[in-house]
Design a protein around this ligand. Structure first.
Ligand SMILES: [Zn+2]
Length: 164
């Protein structure tokens, strides 16, 4: 379940920030390649809505991809973001932080993570974590992915600071 709302206000603001503060340039071609490859592996026999995600970490610059994994008991299904997060944390451990997130889908408009996945992703992100979203159609016609800062997509997020 992903929103296809492009969050235009947030994107415009984020694009300005990206221009001003781009000390680390994402390899969008590599991120897209890995995210779209992951999408082809998705298990989505019920919704037929295949999603691929690729995360790149800050410290090691390593890439971790994941796809959605559905289940006949629908609530047991897992979003692609959760798959990629599990892949990343089980490889690099609990201190890992995300620099870039790339979402790939076959939709007409770029998709953004569902509410639950926004919360999952911010747990391992910083205010500098950037998210990109691309569709197959837009990629094939040469359009760049849309982008935003993850924290802009989840205002008033629930953080561990609230538990201390
Ligand atoms: Zn989700």
């Amino acid at each position: 379940m992903h929103s296809t709302e492009p969050l235009k206000k947030s994107n415009q603001k984020s694009n300005q920030k990206l221009t001003k503060n781009s000390e680390t340039t994402p390899d969008l071609e590599k991120l897209a390649d890995l995210a779209f490859k992951a999408k082809t592996l998705a298990y989505a026999p019920y919704s037929h809505f295949k999603v691929g995600v690729c995360l790149q970490t800050i410290e090691t610059q390593a890439y971790f991809s994941g796809c959605n994994v559905e289940n006949a008991a629908y609530p047991c299904s897992q979003c692609a973001e959760a798959s990629a997060l599990g892949h990343m944390v089980s490889t690099l451990g609990p201190e890992v932080k995300i620099k870039f997130i790339f979402l790939a889908a076959d939709t007409q408009e770029p998709i953004w993570p569902c509410g639950g996945c926004r919360q999952r992703l911010v747990e391992f992100s910083t205010p500098e974590t950037q998210i990109f979203s691309q569709t197959l159609v837009n990629q094939q016609s040469g359009k760049p992915p849309q982008s935003a800062y993850l924290f802009d997509l989840l205002p008033n997020l629930f953080s561990k600071n609230l538990l201390l």
